[in-house]
Ligand binder design. Structure first.
Ligand SMILES: [Zn+2]
Length: 353
């Protein structure tokens, strides 16, 4: 079975992978492994593809991952970004302070705006170089986080709380809805472009919508309807059984897990803060799971033995769900010992399907 077949079988209800698939979140980790400075990596789709393939040759994991940095879509709206040679880009200042200013925004073209083309190029090159043997997981920012980047996270959260408490003017609530709708369409167009290029896993990361940041009530009001729209629309646009949608939101989201599943997403990345047995108990195989080895405490700081133990426990718990891929729950830190990642991959592959 090729790695891609293994991944597709792991995501399909009733699928029969030959062993547990391994998909640690090795986005920018691959840059360090290939000796490419991060500032160069996030501006060049070919370098992303080459580094991902180089890592896969050495690690033999099953999923290539283009996701690496944060602001590649937000830049399309004019967010001012500071680029560094050896680090990920950061936002220099917020783009807006008043919600009314966002009324002029239009959905940008993913083929030409911001750094979205870099990530489309990465998928295109991976598809050319990897053929049909390896699964390709794309990238995408969810509407809530995308809107927050444009305002600065603190300001955005304060605005939302004013709207929720009824202190903000009525027009703010309307502008916020319109903004989130526009962000939803932006995310959807970008992710659809990756589906058209042949990405197998259509990823949306919306970590600012995690319960580490907002309440379950705020998630239901300001996040869930837009995620549902994205994953419903993607279902129409994906090849059934060949392409799958995915959500990543950091932290412990147990209290909204059932809501997350009800968006229609195919695969949820489960953070180490969540218990896989409890997650499986809610999911009952309604959604596929990937996770949840702690990227810091276990993968970065632990020994090979620690990683092996944590992985065996995670697989034991995860297979209880039915559809399961062993992963890291969140980004693998740069500098993580390579032998720890090898231990993760061999734990998965030694576990029969
Ligand atoms: Zn995360």
């Amino acid at each position: 079975m090729t790695p891609k077949q293994r991944v597709l079988e792991s995501l399909t209800i009733g699928g029969k992978p030959d062993c547990t698939a391994a998909g640690p979140f090795t986005g920018y980790y691959a840059a360090g492994h290939a000796g490419i400075p991060l500032g160069k990596y996030v501006r060049n789709g070919r370098l992303i593809a080459e580094a991902q393939l180089r890592l896969q040759e050495d690690l033999c994991h099953d999923i290539l991952i283009t996701a690496a940095d944060t602001y590649y879509i937000a830049e399309a709206f004019g967010l001012d970004i500071e680029m560094y040679p050896g680090a990920l880009p950061t936002a220099r200042r917020a783009l807006f302070s008043d919600l009314a200013e966002t009324r002029r925004l239009k959905v940008p073209d993913p083929g030409s705006a911001g750094r979205m083309p870099v990530y489309l190029e990465a998928v295109r090159h991976l598809k050319e170089m990897a053929g049909d043997d390896l699964a390709i997981r794309g990238t995408g920012t969810g509407p809530f986080s995308l809107a927050a980047y444009l305002f600065g996270i603190d300001n955005f959260m304060l605005k939302l709380m004013d709207i929720e408490s009824g202190e903000a003017p009525e027009s703010d609530a309307k502008d916020m809805r319109n903004l989130l709708e526009l962000m939803t369409e932006t995310t959807l167009r970008f992710v659809t472009a990756q589906a058209e290029l042949g990405a197998d896993i259509l990823y949306v990361g919306d970590s600012l919508a995690s319960l580490n940041m907002i309440s379950p009530q705020m998630y239901r009001n300001w996040v869930h309807p837009y995620h549902q729209r994205i994953f419903t629309a993607l279902k129409e646009r994906m090849q059934p059984g060949r392409q799958f949608s995915m959500i990543h939101m950091c932290g412990n989201n147990m209290d909204i897990l059932a809501d997350m599943i009800s968006t229609g997403v195919d695969l949820i990345e489960i953070d180490a803060a969540m218990n896989l047995t409890a997650v499986s108990g809610i999911s009952h195989n309604r959604v596929a799971l990937i996770g949840n080895i702690d990227p810091v405490k276990v993968l970065n700081n632990g020994s090979v033995t620690d990683v092996g133990k944590a992985c065996n426990e995670a697989v034991r718990q995860g297979v209880g769900n039915g559809r399961f891929i062993l992963g890291s729950g969140c980004f693998v830190c740069p500098g993580t010992p390579f032998e720890n990642l090898q231990a993760l991959v061999s734990s998965a592959h030694n576990w029969g399907g």
